[in-house]
Design a protein around this ligand. Structure first.
Ligand SMILES: [Zn+2]
Ligand SMILES: [Zn+2]
Length: 262
């Protein structure tokens, strides 16, 4: 059965395992190698199940474990060319690591991983859609200032979608972040707000993607209840019933037991 495990989510680190119980890929490697090992173990997954590691972009919360992880296990690393160059320039990956550029899609064992480009303030960011061995697919789409048509289409074609619900716009505007940082987050190359996420989820449920998860919540400018209610309220007002018409979860900042079977 296809499964997705959100090992870590948020500004302190992001990492998702997607595949089956014995064969999968890691999307991003934030936090530390030890923390990823512990989170895999806590979710009943063996490190030997990881066929490759895909990095969305070079921001620390997506690759801080990469250098040690790739060296310790010899994992193959994939990313866009811009991200790979940035990882190398930032010393976030060993010079002799087994790394390659994904331009469109690659096959890892019995799985397929597609690259979909995202608008974010990084060298060449993207997100990934993974088709598990049983044919079911999942998309992890975070770190993007706006929803572009290519990402929306990939989400509509997936069985399970993690979509960024980064901040409440009012909390961000009235919060303690310095003005330039607020502007960066709110820009088209920043992060998706609760409000923008909710609108996309209405479209996804209409199109038949019914397994949904909110990801990359800001610790400073969001709360789990607020992110959930923003999406659930808009879906409800569009006639879609929470838990009966669709499922919605929040990716925990640290997961010990959260496995989504899709
Ligand atoms: Zn991030
Ligand atoms: Zn980022």
């Amino acid at each position: 059965m296809a499964r997705a495990v959100p090992l870590f989510s948020g500004s302190k680190g992001n990492s998702y395992y997607i595949g089956s119980a014995t064969e999968g890929v890691l999307i991003d490697a934030g936090r530390s190698c030890k923390q990823i090992e512990n989170a895999m173990l806590a979710n009943g997954l063996d490190m030997s199940s990881i066929g490759a590691v895909f990095i969305t972009h070079e921001h620390t919360d997506h690759c801080s474990a990469l250098r040690v992880l790739a060296k310790r296990y010899g994992f193959k690393v994939y990313s866009s060319l811009g991200t790979l160059n940035a990882l190398r320039a930032g010393n976030k990956i060993e010079a002799n690591a087994d790394a390659d550029v994904i331009t469109d899609e690659v096959v890892i064992g019995n799985m397929r991983v597609q690259r979909i480009d995202t608008p974010h303030d990084a060298a060449e960011s993207c997100c990934y859609r993974v088709t598990a061995p049983d044919g079911k697919s999942a998309l992890i789409a975070t770190d993007m200032g706006v929803m572009l048509p290519n990402v929306r289409t990939a989400a509509e074609q997936s069985d399970f979608v993690v979509l960024e619900s980064n901040h409440d716009i009012n909390m961000l505007k009235n919060g303690i972040y310095p003005y330039p940082l607020k502007q960066r987050i709110l820009s088209n190359r920043g992060h998706l707000s609760n409000e923008a996420c909710a609108k996309e989820l209405v479209n996804l449920v209409e199109k038949g993607t019914l397994r949904l998860m909110l990801g990359h919540l800001s610790e400073e400018n969001n709360t789990v209840p607020l992110a959930m209610s923003t999406s659930v309220d808009l879906l409800t007002s569009n006639g879609m019933k929470y838990k009966s018409d669709y499922s919605l979860d929040v990716a925990p900042s640290v997961s010990t037991t959260k496995t989504i079977i899709f």
